[in-house]
Design a protein around this ligand. Structure first.
Ligand code: SF4
Length: 199
């Protein structure tokens, strides 16, 4: 029989079966049955594996997110485990302490998951839609740029600088997204442009 197993499937199968098959080979069938009855179910069984990138720094290690809940059936996916991606060329399965604690970051009750605004004079933040947030950001950026854009310096040379607004972007992203983000910032003339890659 020709059985096809991926490396990950092989490791799972080997881990679950090694105890009982060893006992069986030694002739301890009753012990084998007792062990089998008390083996905890493999905690990653029936989970969905999703490849992703660690959000913390520009090393951009590959991670595998294990979740329960089928989003195709309208269920909410619940993240239950995160581990380094052994097939990723950057980290080969390893994670630093920040990456290893990624699940706590994702599930933290204090994690910001939607736009919030604190209106003038208010002492609290309130939730707003993405449309409201993006319209407000665009309005404020436009007004500030119209007021402060510097097209030419004192010598008349074209400089196209906008120094009164800055942009913070994310480094843990794809090359394409980084390219598009940089183009937007520099196309607007933004000088103060940075990300969280300084680890
Ligand atoms: S924070 Fe750690 S695990 Fe995450 S990308 Fe950076 S080095 Fe990798």
């Amino acid at each position: 029989m020709n059985v096809q197993l991926s490396r990950r499937s092989l490791l799972k199968a080997a881990g679950a079966g090694v105890v009982v098959t060893s006992l069986g080979a030694l002739g301890f069938e009753a012990a084998e049955a007792a062990v089998a009855a008390h083996v905890r179910p493999f905690k990653l069984a029936n989970t969905t594996e999703t490849r992703n990138t660690c959000t913390y720094c520009s090393v951009a290690c590959g991670v595998i997110l294990y979740s329960r809940g089928d989003v195709r059936k309208g269920e909410r996916a619940e993240l239950i485990h995160v581990e380094g991606d052994a097939d990723h060329p950057t980290n080969l399965g390893t994670l630093c302490p920040k990456g290893a604690a990624l699940k706590d970051f994702v599930r933290a009750p204090t994690r910001l998951q939607y736009p919030m605004i604190r209106r003038p004079g208010s002492d609290r933040f309130e939730r707003v839609s993405w449309d409201v947030a993006l319209d407000r950001i665009a309005r404020l950026m436009k007004d500030d740029r119209d007021r402060n854009f510097i097209a030419r310096n004192a010598d008349g040379l074209a400089v196209n600088r906008w120094t009164s607004t800055g942009m913070l972007a994310a480094s843990a992203t794809t090359n394409e997204t980084a390219w598009a983000t940089f183009k937007v910032a520099k196309g607007l003339g933004i000088v103060g442009f940075d990300n969280q890659a300084r680890v």
